[in-house]
Design a protein around this ligand. Structure first.
Ligand code: NAP
Length: 264
């Protein structure tokens, strides 16, 4: 669902040039970031003609008990690794560096001041997260002042958000846009559980992030799970050619048995 824009030719083109710059603000806990998030950001960027998308990992997610998420430094690092390849994607430390809960109203006020009043900010997040937006700090001001792009997982029911917003829905429906993202069948919760159970998480998130999770031992990751195939994949994704990656694999094959016996 696109926001309104001018007609294609003549005056429309002039208007288009004068149109305020649109910037996407991709808010989330990103514990960890995965392809569902990246597809959401890319989809929003194309559909809404965003100049860039600023990923903003929450420092302390307001609705989560402190200590129940991975440290912000890890979530920030994983977000940087995942977004490096896209020149339109940037990562902001605005929430990570700020003490206390990362209220979205404060985030958007700070970013609006940074980007300038001539910028239109679009807050992008999961539609599921927005189902509780009335519990957020200064919810009405948020909905009146900024635009929202809600990424929906398969099976999302719009009526649930309408019911949550009640009479506010009619007043702010022009500023809430929906984006269907089938890739959001991937979820951070599922990825964390897979790591805990020693199941594969490859192809659910970028390889450098997979590598980081194992290296940092996040979510109870077992470094023994770094099998030869896994190392081969990581070496390839880090830019190694097939020959060098195969060498990494054979070194790993030789080293893994003794590592597993505890000789690390
Ligand atoms: P969450 O409760 O962990 O996530 C709710 C759902 O939305 C999950 O299914 C989640 O999937 C999905 N989701 C979250 N961010 C997404 C994104 N950027 N794109 C697509 N799907 C996304 O929500 P959260 O991540 O902690 O919070 C979302 C944003 O809302 C953050 O920026 C947070 O600061 C803000 N928020 C603000 C307040 C407030 O101001 N009081 C309160 C709550 C949330 P995954 O688990 O797979 O990511």
């Amino acid at each position: 669902m696109r926001p309104p824009s001018g007609p294609g030719g003549g005056i429309g083109r002039v208007k288009e040039r004068m149109r305020p710059r649109r910037i996407g603000v991709m808010g989330g806990t990103f514990d960890p970031i995965h392809y569902g998030h990246l597809v959401t950001a890319e989809g929003a960027s194309c559909e809404f003609q965003l100049e860039r998308v600023l990923f903003v990992p929450a420092g302390q997610p307001p609705h989560k008990e402190p200590g129940t998420t991975s440290p912000a430094a890890h979530r920030y690092m994983m977000t940087v690794l995942a977004t490096l390849g896209n020149p339109k994607f940037h990562v902001s430390r605005v929430d990570v560096d700020r003490p206390g809960p990362s209220y979205t109203i404060d985030t958007l006020r700070l970013l609006q001041a940074e980007c300038g009043e001539d910028c239109e900010l679009y807050f992008i997040t999961g539609a599921d997260a927005m189902l509780e937006i009335l519990t957020w700090k200064s919810a009405e001001e948020l909905l009146n002042e900024w635009q929202f792009i809600a990424a929906t997982r398969p099976g999302f029911r719009l009526e649930a958000l309408q019911a949550h917003l009640g009479p506010l829905w009619e007043r702010c429906r022009d500023r809430i846009f929906f984006l269907q993202i089938p890739a959001l069948a991937i979820s951070s919760t599922d990825i964390r559980q897979r790591v805990r159970e020693g199941r594969s998480i490859r192809y659910l998130l970028p390889d450098p992030v997979v590598h980081y999770i194992y290296k940092a031992g996040l979510y109870g990751a077992d470094p023994d799970a770094m099998t030869d195939d896994f190392l081969y994949g990581c070496a390839r994704s880090a830019g190694a050619d097939a020959g060098a990656a195969a060498e990494t694999k054979s070194v790993a094959e030789a080293a893994l048995p003794s590592m597993r016996r505890g000789g690390r």
